[in-house]
Structures are given as C-alpha cells and as structure tokens.
Design a protein around this ligand. Sequence first.
Ligand code: MN
Length: 263
Amino acid sequence: MKNTFFIWLIAAILIPCTLLSQEKAPVIGLSATYESGQNNVPNTYIISVRKAGGIPVILPVTDDPAIIARMVESIDGLILTGGEDVDPLLWYGEEPLPAMGGIVPVRDFFDIHLTRAAVEAGIPVLGICRGEQVLNVAFGGTLYQDIPSQVKRKTPVKHRQNAPREYGTHTITVISGTTLYGILKDVLEKDKTYRVNSYHHQAVKDVAPGFVVSALARDGIVEAIEMKDNPHVLGVQFHPEGPVSQGDDTLLPLFRYLVRSCR
Ligand code: MN
C-alpha cells in the first residue's frame, strides 16, 4: 500500500516536469511575396528558420486587418522577407523618382499592418532587406527610393551585387552597444566589420522614431536598424538566409536569436 503511494507520488512529480522540459518549438511566420497570383517564400528562409529550431509557416498576403490580427495570434515570431519597393507616395509621402522599382500595393498594406500588429502584440520581429525597410516605414521612417541616383559619394559602394547569394561583397560596421552587436560580436572582425551580401537599391533614409541604426556600410548607407525599447525587433538590409541555407552558419545566430526571443 505504502509502495503504491510512493510510486504515484514520484509519477505526480516527474510527469509534469518532463512535459515542461519539452518546450514546443516556436512558430515563425514568414511574410509571402505576392506576384502572378501566387504567395511565395524562398526556401532559403524556410531552411534558416528550421536550422534555428523554429517551425516556419508562410503567411499569405491579405488586405483584411481581421485576418492579419488572427495570423499574429497564431505565430510566436515573425520574419518580414525581401522583395519589391515600398510605394513612396502612400507610405512616406514622396513622389516616385524615375529610378524607383516595381511596387505591389497589396503586399505593402499586408506587410506594414502585419508589422505593426506583431510589434504591438510583443512578438519578436526580424525584417530582412525589404523587411527592414518595411519595419522602418511602418513606424514613420522614410527610404531612399534609389541609392545610385540619390546618394552621391566620392567612393560609392555597390549594393546590387552580381555574385552568389551566399557570398558577401561589401563591408558593414556593426555599432557597439546595439542588440545586433551582441548577437554578432563573436563573428565580427576586430574592427567590428563583417562582409555581407547586398541585393538592394533602396535603403533606410530617415530612421523611424524609436529606432536606432545598428550597422552601416562604408558609404554611410544604413545596413541594420533596431527598436530602442524592444530588443526583439530588428531589421537587416543584407540577406543572412543566403549563406545560412547554403551551409555557412556564421549568421545563424540572427535566426537563433529570433527563435530564442519567442520563448
Ligand atoms: Mn548593402
């Protein structure tokens, strides 16, 4: 009789402990690109989320705020993926310059409302390339519509590289004291620089209120931003999923940070 009691007592302690230690992997929503009637997310992002221990789910574009709200309730973290230019007139009040690229109005609406809803709900966000620009615009920042025609430097940097996706072509300097610096400090060179890939012709111009710059290219172009009061909202202008999906895990800490922030 006594033995049975102790067996039940031990079971009552051990079973809940075991269940608690088996944390569920966080669900990471990935904003889809929207063209030719299809919602797509490149596999590079999906591989990177899985490598970091997250469960990737594709979030299809919608212009319905109620659906966006339910999507945010269903995810633990959010990655804003790369893509087209953001409509300058609608979202930051500038007439389009001749060198502006293609825009997808419904995707702008979706991404910007999704971003605001996710941040409001306290969900960790990682914006990549267009995703970083969307993060900036969603909170009141502006963009260079086209770096080559708007930013004149004695020594310009090529931001639209002609090289493999996993290959870094230009240098960034990560700013000490930022969250990004904390994430990447072990992989940076002694002078706080790192080589990144670059596939953009737009960039952050005026940083959104409440955000700070966390990395710069040699020509002064913003390569990363983050929210001042929320260390789980980050944006990078480069594409970490390029190398990570190709087996170079140097930038995997960015995805691991997002997944860890969900817990
Ligand atoms: Mn760049």
